[in-house]
Design a protein around this ligand. Structure first.
Ligand code: FES
Length: 111
């Protein structure tokens, strides 16, 4: 699980662990950031929730392993790195460190 080493930001409670189901993207709004949360193979990940192509919500898309497919034009991103993988997306999306705190998931967002 990624931590916040080398990342300047503030930890925020993002969701209850039970709200983030295996293989189901979960969109949240935290401190003005649109964030998508994911659980894959028991690990948690967080990315920006806005597609870099035309601003669709990635949490409405299809999660296939560690790839999120945008619901609008089917571009794909790697949720671990934010890398834009398939046309028409060309610009990476942000990723954020996550950690489990009790029964909650926390995300570190830039200040
Ligand atoms: S809006 Fe996401 S691929 Fe076009």
């Amino acid at each position: 699980m990624p931590d916040n080493e080398g990342f300047n930001g503030t930890w925020h409670t993002a969701a209850k662990l039970g709200d983030v189901s295996e293989g189901e993207p979960h969109g949240v709004e935290i401190a003005g950031h649109a964030v998508a949360l994911y659980r894959v193979g028991g690990e948690f990940y967080a990315t920006g929730n806005i597609c870099s192509h035309a601003e669709a919500l990635l949490s409405d898309g299809l999660l296939d392993g560690c790839e999120i497919e945008c619901p609008l034009h089917m571009g794909r991103f790697d949720i671990r790195s934010g890398e834009a993988l398939t046309s028409p997306v060309e610009i990476d999306i942000p990723t954020y460190p996550v950690r489990v705190a009790g029964d909650s998931l926390e995300v570190c967002l830039p200040d």
